[in-house]
Design a protein around this ligand. Structure first.
Ligand code: UN1
Length: 497
């Protein structure tokens, strides 16, 4: 069996204890992709020591030259797109069309980051005083701890690491334990593109051990974490105690609203893609469908017919619409929520059980519940699987209120023919992202990505905003008057009398 290693201090190395974990194909668990290191504090400590050396050299590179490395990363990913997508589907399960999209999101992020090396804007502003300039600019911070989820095995690590690197930081990267192979490929590409080896450290392992060791290491001043709100709370507590800069991207309970004046065919395609794409395993997945009463019954009928025709199976086979869940624990969690939905009195219209007919993998049938009340647990808690809760409302105001009645606030979507309602939705829905006449998934790499309430902690990934997270603002004043000029004193001759 193929054994993979960590990349620490400029070389591929085995874990100290010699222990490995298996990485299996979720569509066919007898297909073992390889064994990956179970690492802990000792590996993380060595990685950080090396990353600090890497950081000291890398921070001195001009930012445009750092960007040039990312440009080559984008070129390599472009040339290897198909092969990376195939490896990703093998270890993560989503269909090839989606893993190609995941690679493309990484490529887009690489080219954006590369050009940002020539911007990283600061400000030059007038000084209050004569012959004096005032300006702000950006400085790197140090070693960044990058802890990633399984659902976007390539794109999410690139969102975090590429801006971190362009800003001049070094990275200690822990991929999710379900997708260590894609993480390894990404590090190989960074090295091939010419990133100095000590600037990137790859430490495989479990969240409770390797992940915790990264979060708790005193020489890692910034952490970027995507995962559950529960784990995010623990990460946040540690980072708060240790005065670390932290970006959290956590749960969602995203709703698609379909109003009486919507284009129903369009809304139907959006709901199917939003709810069952990536087997519902996106932070942005549609897990609530809020339908206005005038179209409720017709739309549910349309949705049911289409959902029943979705083809489950191995994402590497042509014609597959929906792949497996990531692992057995995840499938058990989805089953528990189906039971909860039934116990709470919702109507299960389809699905609700394992799909053994699709293969030996962790398949679960796309599931729709109707007559769900906004405060039901299946309408409030993140399930991270192919389960959609339909909620009936009478008015636009009620639809907006239901959308806002959860503790999360990542994305929302409204289908309507009214421009007034569309703009009201942008203003009134409590989410980091609102789509008009488009599903809740599909954020683009050059715009800020993130959510409000318990989805995040105020930071954004992607776009221009993430560069603020990975750098510190420094202000410089240059006084070329040759005299002592006392701000707030010498420039104001006297108090008004
Ligand atoms: C996630 O689900 O964690 O907007 C990220 C989207 C993708 C990214 C999702 N571009 O659905």
């Amino acid at each position: 069996m193929k054994q993979f290693n960590n990349f620490i201090a400029g070389r591929w190395s085995a874990p100290d204890g010699g222990a490995y974990f298996e990485n299996r194909n979720p569509a066919n668990p007898s297909d073992v992709i390889g064994e990956f290191p179970l690492s802990g504090r000792a590996e993380v400590a060595r990685a950080v020591e090396s990353a600090r050396r890497g950081f000291e050299a890398w921070r001195r590179w001009p930012a445009p030259a750092r960007g040039d490395v990312l440009k080559r990363v984008g070129d390599i990913m472009t040339s290897r797109k198909e092969e990376i997508a195939d490896a990703m589907t093998r270890e993560m399960g989503k269909p090839l069309v989606e893993t190609r999209g995941d690679v493309q999101e990484g490529i887009d992020t690489a080219y954006y980051a590369s050009s940002e090396g020539r911007r990283l804007f600061g400000h030059t502003v007038p000084s209050e005083l004569r012959n004096k300039w005032a300006m702000s600019f950006r400085r790197p911070i140090g070693v960044a701890g990058i802890i990633c989820p399984f659902n976007f095995p390539l794109a999410i690590p690139t969102w975090k690491m590429f801006p971190a690197l362009v800003c001049g930081n070094a990275c200690v990267f822990k991929p999710a334990e379900d997708v260590p192979h894609t993480g390894t490929i990404l590090v190989e590409i960074l090295l091939e593109a010419g990133l100095p080896p000590e600037v990137i450290q790859l430490v495989h392992g479990m969240g409770e051990t390797a992940g915790a060791a990264i979060v708790e290491h005193p020489d890692i001043p910034l952490i970027s974490f995507t995962g559950s709100t529960e784990t995010g709370r623990i990460v946040g507590e540690t980072c708060g105690r240790m005065h670390k800069r932290l970006s959290l991207e956590m749960g969602g309970k995203n709703a698609q609203i379909v109003l009486d004046d919507a284009d129903l065919d369009l809304a139907l395609e959006g709901a199917l893609w939003g709810a069952f794409g990536t087997t519902g395993q996106r932070c942005t997945a549609t897990s609530r469908l809020i339908l206005q009463s005038g179209i409720h019954d017709e739309f549910v009928g349309m949705l049911l017919a289409k959902t029943r025709s979705l083809k489950l199976g191995d994402g590497r086979k042509a014609g597959t619409d929906v792949g497996p869940l990531i692992n057995e624990a995840s499938r058990k969690k989805v089953e528990r929520y189906v039971d909860i939905g039934v116990e709470d009195g919702a109507d299960m219209l389809c699905g609700g059980r394992r799909a053994e007919e699709a293969g030996d993998g962790y398949f679960f049938q796309p599931t729709i519940f109707a007559r769900v009340e906004p405060d039901h647990r299946i309408a409030q808690e993140e399930i991270f699987g192919p389960v959609l809760s339909v909620i009936r409302v009478r008015t636009v105001d009620e639809a907006f209120a239901v959308n806002n009645s959860v503790r999360y606030g990542l994305s929302s979507s409204v289908y309507t023919g009214s421009v007034n309602v569309a703009f009201r939705a942008l203003n009134e829905l409590d989410n980091g992202i609102t789509y008009v006449n488009a599903p809740t998934i599909g954020a683009e790499a050059h715009l800020p990505f993130g959510g409000v309430k318990q989805t995040g902690n105020g930071h954004r990934e992607g776009g221009w905003e993430v560069y603020e997270f990975y750098s510190e603002t420094k202000v410089g004043y240059v006084d070329f008057s040759g005299t002592l000029q006392r701000a707030q004193i010498d420039n104001y001759a006297g108090s008004p009398t």
